[in-house]
Design a protein. Sequence first.
Length: 368
Amino acid sequence: MPNDFQPLRRALLSVSDKTGLINLATKLSAIGVELLSTGGTAKALRDAGLPVKDVSEITNFPEMMDGRVKTLHPMVHGGLLALRDNTDHLAAMDKHGIGNIDLLVVNLYPFEAAVAAGSDYNTCIENIDIGGPAMIRAAAKNHGFVSVVVDVEDYDVLLSELEVNDGQTTLAFRQSLAQAAYARTGAYDAAVSTWMAAAIGVDAPRRKAIAGTFVQKMRYGENPHQAASFYSNGDARCGVATAEQHQGKALSYNNINDTDAAFELIAEFDPANGPACAIIKHANPCGMAKAATMAAAYRSAFDCDRTSAFGGIIALNQTLDASTAEQIVKIFTEVVIAPDATEEAKAVFAAKKNLRLLTAGGLPDMCK
């Protein structure tokens, strides 16, 4: 069984997003950690004056095929997967000259960004990472001995762990990193399979993976005794998940559900055809109206059912203006969502601290 504390003597860093890389590597090097790296990451480290050894130096095999093959080698995976308390593993490492890799820092080729940018098929294919996920899974499997970091926001967390534990990591810490690592590779593969199904016209794939990125922990779920968190699948389509919240406490499950229903409803009304307002309560419309002005549209929607509108969700198909905001604050409202809001409207709402205002930058695309 591995010890709770594991020293960190050798690290492999290979990242596409180089945010925070130099600071992390500098602090690792300062505590005596040997740095291994590949390609552009190694160049960035050298340019910063840091001592770094290319992976090709330990594999005795050059990177090839435009970088498609560089870390898929026993000298790398043996160093990640070897059980440090297994005599057979240690003998194999000694026989083949394989060194331990105690820390893996990898973030993957920006496949999701390539898809979001509308890249062509071949470009998306070239942005599918192979070696990265393989190393991540290997390191995460061997978390009894190896730490694996896949998110830039965990760099400082790692450094704090090392500082507190005199250059070592605890098993609980490595377990938390391993969980995050598997979540990342799972989400990455989900993105690839979803994109490929759409690209080749598979409407009903045999298996469908759905992944999301944490947005916020909600106060409770559909009922007060239930826990809930909000995740976004990364779709750039305008909606609650992409909207900016300007004020008020965190949204609850029911707030999000009702706000989404309201915004999807109001998106049916083209803003070019005039202002429209929808009021939703418990996912059911209790008022819907179009008018010459947004304030008039709100008043007409409110008049449909004044009782149910109390504590409801309001969605607008155009920018929220001060005149409409002044009408809305006359009664208690949970959430208002609109494509945008004027500064004057925001100032009106500022006096109602429990009122949540969301701006989405547009309306949901009804073709998606």
